[in-house]
Design a protein around this ligand. Structure first.
Ligand code: C2E
Ligand code: MG
Ligand code: MG
Ligand code: MG
Length: 282
């Protein structure tokens, strides 16, 4: 009987695994071609400052328009790009494009760029950032880099040195998806981050029966005492916004304000929120 079950399991899993490996191989091939064909673009999601009630920046989010599959999620292709060593050239393309596009925005508006752990500790990151700033003319103070906790765990020594070099360029660095990784609180204290981004999983459950309000409150308090800005991700409702405001969160980002938009829509988003007629919110 055990044998039968095992065979059943075998028959059930094998074609599925095969399909997955094949799909991955396709993604690999297509990714390499896409970088050459410029099939990528950046969409931008506004980051809203609660003290001034204005948009203070945009996060650049990578989009891949696949010839047959349509839009593929970065959650799917970034890990593959990391594995096949394509993340460094791809990440450098993102940096260049984001700095070029942001250099045409009003001076008060920053741009935030996600940097993968693999790219962050690559030898060329600091040079790539310096070049992207120089070639675009974007001042370093208008660029923020977002990294996740996995960077710290993988290579704490190198990370400190890189963070200090970036600060030398005037660039700010944020800890993305805070609370979802494996880093300890002592990491936060020992690395010179400018900002903590509270992961959307904690924002989603604000005010619920298994509410994460106490976690969000604790992270905001932590940010305050370490002199770091706190940004909440994934804000979708007025109720979440009201709670975040009451808790003293500095910045918010989410579908409540805007989905990520193509670059040509950025001026309209800025006008809508920062224009003369301001929408009163919460
Ligand atoms: P992330 O950096 O934490 O970006 C936030 C993600 O949440 C984005 O998903 C954004 O579209 C989504 N989001 C924003 N507001 C809301 C909301 O109100 N509700 C919900 N449910 N989602 C919201 P996206 O664009 O699919 O990106 C997923 C992840 O892929 C990013 O997470 C980031 O880790 C990675 N990624 C995106 N672009 C790049 C890139 O250029 N380089 C690297 N290395 N990673 C990137
Ligand atoms: Mg991010
Ligand atoms: Mg995030
Ligand atoms: Mg604060």
């Amino acid at each position: 009987r055990a044998k039968l079950e095992a065979r059943g399991a075998f028959r059930f899993f094998e074609p599925e695994m095969d399909a997955r490996i094949q799909a991955r191989r396709l993604v690999e091939q297509d990714l390499r071609a896409a970088l050459a064909a410029e099939a990528f673009e950046l969409h931008y999601q506004p980051i809203y400052d609660l003290a001034s009630d204005r948009i203070c920046g945009f996060e650049a989010l990578l989009r891949w328009n696949h010839p047959t599959r349509g839009r593929v999620s970065p959650a799917e292709f970034i890990p593959v790009a990391e594995e096949i060593g394509l993340i460094v050239p791809l990440g450098e393309w993102v940096l260049r494009r984001a700095c070029d596009e942001a250099s045409r925005w009003p001076d008060g508006i920053k741009v935030a760029v996600n940097v993968s752990a693999v790219q962050f500790t690559s030898a060329s990151l600091v040079t790539a950032v310096r070049d992207a700033l120089r070639n675009s003319g974007l001042p370093g103070r208008r660029l923020e880099l977002e990294i996740t906790e996995s960077v710290l765990v993988a290579n704490p020594g190198a990370t400190t040195a890189i963070l200090h070099s970036l600060k030398g360029l005037g660039v700010r660095v944020s800890m993305d998806d805070f609370g979802t990784g494996y880093s300890s609180l002592s990491y936060l204290r020992s690395f010179p981050f400018d900002k903590i981004k509270i992961d959307q999983s904690f924002v989603r459950d604000l005010g619920g029966p298994n509410g994460t309000d106490f976690i969000v409150r604790a992270v905001i308090g932590l940010g305050d005492s370490l002199g770091m800005t706190t940004t909440a991700e994934g804000v979708e409702t007025e109720a979440q916004l009201a709670t975040l405001r009451a808790e003293g969160c500095d910045e918010v980002q989410g579908y409540l304000f805007s989905r990520p938009v193509p670059v040509e829509d950025v001026p309209a988003v800025i006008r809508r929120w920062n224009g003369a007629i301001q929408r009163a919110i919460a």
